[in-house]
Ligand binder design. Structure first.
Ligand SMILES: Cc1cc2nc3c(=O)[nH]c(=O)nc-3n(C[C@H](O)[C@H](O)[C@H](O)COP(=O)(O)OP(=O)(O)OC[C@H]3O[C@@H](n4cnc5c(N)ncnc54)[C@H](O)[C@@H]3O)c2cc1C
Length: 298
């Protein structure tokens, strides 16, 4: 069934857009509709005219997303390339829109002399994705620095919510409302402590040495269980190098699953399930996927 789109958006909405172009695993079937808004009023108008029954999926840089081979029914809203504003507000406050890459946020905060924002340099996604995931690295975590967020609802209405309306924990955020998405956040950082910056550089180098960066992955597939590391459990279960089709458990870091070039989403999902089942059997630990799986199977 072809989804109807308001005439003013016809030429700007891509139909049957391969999601493999928008995910760091380079897999994923077609999205019915793929829309990159110009700004928030453009998005508000698009949403207001989109029939309520059309499901929405939001995508930033797709660095934590497994899109199944059958693709995504409904509309995908892409924030990367949209929502790019990044400003200094008060002395130590930053206003950052959700499509801004975390690496750009880290660089700009460093140029402004802010500390503790360096951890964003380890996250290859957008601020919107980091807010949704409570992304973290090197001991830092996104929501520790959030003061308020601008959100948009399914009907296109926008509002600002204070941080107190959210409950963030390890790679999880409890939202005050369903069907709301992040447009921007106001963040606050302390001034830079030079000693800490040096530490982050050393950690970044260590990460390069221990993780298969530059290959097709979504970073860590599973969250770390309390008091342990998913990578240690997977390696101890003898799964390094284990493969299904074109998907393989990294030899360098066992919590990374790589697409060697020919993997389908099905290969990746089956390998994730195999790793989970094996770790459960060998260690009695249930691993929780960090990666978000969306879309339809073929
Ligand atoms: C090599 C590599 C290393 C990584 N290292 C880390 C790491 O150290 N720490 C870490 O935490 N993560 C890491 N990740 C995972 C990933 O980068 C983060 O989870 C990141 O925050 C995802 O951002 P994104 O823009 O790519 O989100 P996407 O993958 O596009 O989306 C992720 C989720 O967020 C939702 N979402 C996206 N934008 C919005 C929005 N504006 N409003 C509401 N929901 C939204 C999506 O619907 C989806 O559910 C790594 C990934 C890779 C590939």
């Amino acid at each position: 069934m072809t989804l109807a789109v308001a005439p003013e958006f016809q030429l700007r909405v891509r139909r049957d857009e391969p999601m493999s172009r928008h995910t760091s695993w380079r897999v994923g079937g077609p999205a019915d509709l793929f829309f990159t808004p110009r700004d928030r009023s453009d998005l508000a108008a698009f949403l207001a005219k989109l029939p309520r029954e059309v499901p929405l999926t939001w995508v930033g840089l797709g660095s934590n997303l497994l899109v199944r081979d059958g693709g995504i029914r409904g509309a995908v809203i892409c924030t990367h390339g949209a929502f790019t504003q990044l400003d200094r507000r008060a002395q130590q406050r930053v206003y950052c829109e959700s499509g801004v890459p975390c690496t750009r946020l880290a660089r700009q905060c460093s140029a402004w002399g802010f500390g503790q924002a360096e951890f964003f340099s380890g996250i290859p996604g957008t601020l919107g994705g980091a807010l949704a995931m409570n992304a973290g690295a090197y001991g830092g975590e996104t929501w520790r620095y959030v003061r308020s967020v601008d959100v948009i609802a399914r009907d296109g209405s926008c509002r600002t919510r204070p941080v107190t309306e959210y409950q963030a924990s390890y790679r999880h955020v409890a939202m005050p409302a369903n069907d709301e998405w992040f447009l921007a956040a106001e963040l606050e950082f302390p001034l830079r402590d030079p000693a800490v910056s040096g530490t982050v550089r050393a950690l970044a180098q260590r990460r390069k040495d221990t993780q298969p960066l530059g290959e097709w992955s979504c970073g860590s597939v599973f969250t770390n269980p309390p008091g342990d590391h998913a990578a240690r459990l997977i390696e101890a279960a003898g799964l390094k190098g284990f493969r299904i089709g074109g998907a393989v458990v990294s030899e360098k870091h066992a919590n990374f699953i790589l697409n060697e070039g020919s993997a389908t989403a099905r290969d990746l999902e089956q390998l994730i399930a195999h790793v989970r089942a094996t770790v459960q059997r060998v260690h009695g630990v249930t691993l929780v996927p960090e990666v978000r799986v969306v879309g339809e199977t073929l």
